[in-house]
Design a protein around this ligand. Sequence first.
Ligand code: LLP
Length: 439
Amino acid sequence: MHRFQYAGNALHCETVDLAAVARLYGTPTYVYSAGTVEDNYRRLAGSLDGLDVQVCYALKANSNLALLRLLANLGAAFDFVSGGELRRVQAAGAKVNRSVFAGVGKTEADIRLALEAGIFAFHVESEPELARINHVAGQLGRKAPVAIRVNPDVDARTHAKITTGKSENKFGIPLAFAAAAYAAAAKFPHLEVKGLQMHIGSQLTAVGPFFEAVEKLIPLAQQLQRDHGITYFSLGGGIGVVYQDALASGSSSWWEALPPDQRPITPEAYGAALTPLLRPLGLKLLLEPGRFMVANAGVLLARVEYLKRGQGRNFLILDAAMNDLVRPAMYDAYHEIVPLQRDTSRRALKVDVVGPICESSDCFAKERMLQELGEGEYVAFLSAGAYSFAMASRYNVRPLPAEVLVRGSNFELVTARESFEQMIAGERIPAWLKQGNQA
Ligand code: LLP
């Protein structure tokens, strides 16, 4: 469920007319619905009924400071994968003492930063990493809390580039080696074994793979409770969202109209499947969702620059490009594209929706049926709250887009569009080059 809908013929976020946002702040601009994030958080945090759950939002999906603060105020902790992400959480005014540090390549500097900040645990992905964390903790005279990410070797049935729980992926320690890795961890003087971690992939649309993975890890969890006194089980992220029918999925009637076995994954279905498996363990549970928390809470607004009529093809050329939203170019991802001003009297046109960047992969959608649009009109890319701004770049020297947060009838700029001066601020021309000839 989300809070983007037409009121009359104007697309609104909560009760804000998105065309007003586009006119005021320009485009491309991301707009987020605080109410949708709140709903997502509450539904997921309550999904494992009666169990002790801590949601650690995976901020790689969207690390906007205002969103981090919103989630922290709701009770979320965080899952970070770099020193930079940890510092973003702190910059948002949130504590890190319930937060975890994931990722296969933690540097010594990152480990030191996290130990000094007093995080809840490191989610460790290899034996050399155990040794490194032990070493840094020893230098600081501390004990580092750790959990090992165990790879359960299940098929998450998602896009190949975002599946992580198969043995051919680089992530985690294979289940067969896990007991030995825990025994090794327990021998390090500066480590404290605290939990068990898994994460099998992203954009999972069914509960089955989660169930299978948890079921596979339960005997290990029980053994680790006995042998090492672990206190928590971290289930990772991965809950998928609706991209194809994004606008309609904002209403509960859309879900109810679907046959139950065809309904996309919901927190309720996730909880109903996993709670009976997890309850007997009596462990604290960590959930590390990224996409689920923010994807359907964000849209990207763009302006139509040209409608170019080609030979047998029409191109709708926008002012947003693959540098602003790379998911279609990178993963062939589908994002629903809708006009901010709907006009049912106009004919529908089949268009390729593209950006202005000089390469063919700068294409958001091929042969999409869209109401005929012209210069100066606006469109919104739906479900663009996750892995969208977070993956934006400055390719073609295009500034990072602006971000706006909506709450009810209010909206506020939370990230100003980057200026040209900010884009080049870190660069220097060496003195020896300045003496050279200029054309
Ligand atoms: N925990 C770990 C260890 C992860 O690697 C990830 C995501 C998450 C949690 C959060 O997963 P989520 O709940 O968001 O599925 N850029 C890609 C997605 C990459 C996901 C990477 N890891 C995309 O745009 O689809």
